[in-house]
Ligand binder design. Structure first.
Ligand SMILES: Cc1cc2nc3c(=O)[nH]c(=O)nc-3n(C[C@H](O)[C@H](O)[C@H](O)COP(=O)(O)O)c2cc1C
Length: 368
């Protein structure tokens, strides 16, 4: 029996297996609303057998969207279309999760396939982003407005309000997005945070906002359900955020009630050189798991069932997050089940005959 297909219980929630649809922006919303695309995109991956299906980065304020087309949960009318999606995911036996996010200085950019990069100008629907300090991500991005301490409190409240709405939409896992150079990561990294108040400077000050957001979300999320935090373990540049700081932050988040650290990397420094390769971020998940004594998820160029199984069996992580491989093959979990020995229990009833590869099929077979 493969560990990858084994259930995992976090708090009182049992995931049917350890395969997670990693959050993936679809840039397909109008006014932050989920629509048929999101239903089919997320629903297909639930049908495909993933245990936990995360929405894309879901903006907690309109100003915190990466692009004008991002999914959002800053208004009550955004709840209902998400309820339709969680209902479908749950009907497949999978667990619906939501990633809550604020893009900070990386907000108001073009969606990737438009062929333009950098900031969207105001006359084309863009806005001035906010950040810890008035430092642009790169010369193509607008310089952000510096958040005041009062506005920082509003950001924390926006995460809380969005978490409450997520609960009403029947999500069972919430993930705070503190990675990839977005707002919370911008506060963590000395490259983007040059503040001299209680939110900048020392390690304690730079982690304050992430800790406050995580605690505030934990306080409104039911005790029976888990809270995840996605972090970038390193900025991949000298003098940036680093893996030892990630371990110490993970300890603090654990003590504040976070249940799992989803360990990614990068996103703050435009000039970072990242040594990518299969499983290149997994050593960071292993380090956090061992040194901070908290469950971890690993993500990044994981494509093979045996690779995922090995990662779990060697205790480097508790969950395997897949992004692009699940775009290429929504049925990856079902194929992985086959590859690793096969319980076949995860095939939807409607598709079970698809597993009868070596047998002819007759009309009469379809009636039993
Ligand atoms: C189309 C696309 C959209 C993404 N959007 C998000 C996102 O909304 N939030 C996030 O944390 N990561 C996002 N990512 C990063 C993935 O979750 C994942 O960390 C990364 O792609 C590495 O995993 P992979 O090698 O399995 O693709 C996105 C990746 C892709 C390919």
């Amino acid at each position: 029996m493969s560990l990858l297909l084994e259930p995992l219980t976090l708090r009182e929630l049992t995931l049917p297996n350890r395969i997670v649809v990693s959050p993936m922006c679809q840039y397909s919303s109008v006014d932050g609303l989920a629509n048929d695309w999101h239903l089919v995109h997320l629903g297909s991956r639930a049908v495909g057998g993933a245990g936990l299906v995360f929405t894309e980065a879901t903006a907690v304020t309109a100003r915190g969207r990466i692009t004008p087309e991002d999914l959002g949960l800053w208004a009550d009318e955004q709840i209902e279309p998400l309820q339709r999606i969680t209902r479908f995911i749950r009907a497949q036996g999978a667990v619906p999760g939501i990633q809550l996010a604020h893009a900070g200085r990386k907000a108001s950019t073009w969606r990737p396939w438009i062929g333009k990069s950098g900031s969207v100008p105001a006359e084309e629907g863009g806005w001035v982003p906010v950040g810890p300090s008035a430092i642009a991500f790169d010369p193509k991005h607008t310089v952000p407005e510096t958040l005041t301490e009062g506005q920082i409190q509003e950001v924390i409240q926006a995460f809380v309000d969005a978490a409450r709405r997520a609960l009403e939409a029947n999500f069972e896992v919430v993930e705070v997005h503190a990675a990839h150079g977005y707002l919370l990561h911008q506060f963590l990294s000395p490259l983007s945070n040059r503040r001299d108040d209680q939110y900048g400077g020392s390690f304690e000050n730079r982690i304050r906002l992430v800790c406050q957001v995580t605690k505030a979300v934990r306080d409104v999320w039911p005790a029976a359900l888990p809270v995840f935090v996605r972090v970038s373990a390193t900025d991949w540049v000298e003098d940036g955020w680093n893996p030892d700081e990630t371990v110490e932050l993970s300890r603090r988040l654990r003590d504040l009630g976070a249940d799992l650290i989803d360990v990614s990397s990068g996103g703050t420094a435009a000039n970072a050189e990242i040594p990518t390769g299969p499983g290149y971020q997994t050593p960071f998940a292993a380090k956090v798991k061992e040194q901070a004594q908290i469950a971890t998820g690993t993500v990044g160029m994981i494509t093979e069932p045996a690779q995922a199984e090995h990662t779990l069996r060697t205790g480097q992580a508790d969950l395997i997050f897949l992004a692009r491989e699940l775009l290429r093959d929504p049925y990856w979990p079902l194929h992985a089940d086959d590859d690793l020995g096969g319980r076949k229990a995860v095939w939807p009833a409607q598709y079970q005959r698809a597993t009868h590869r070596d047998q002819p099929i007759h009309e009469s077979d379809l009636r039993d």
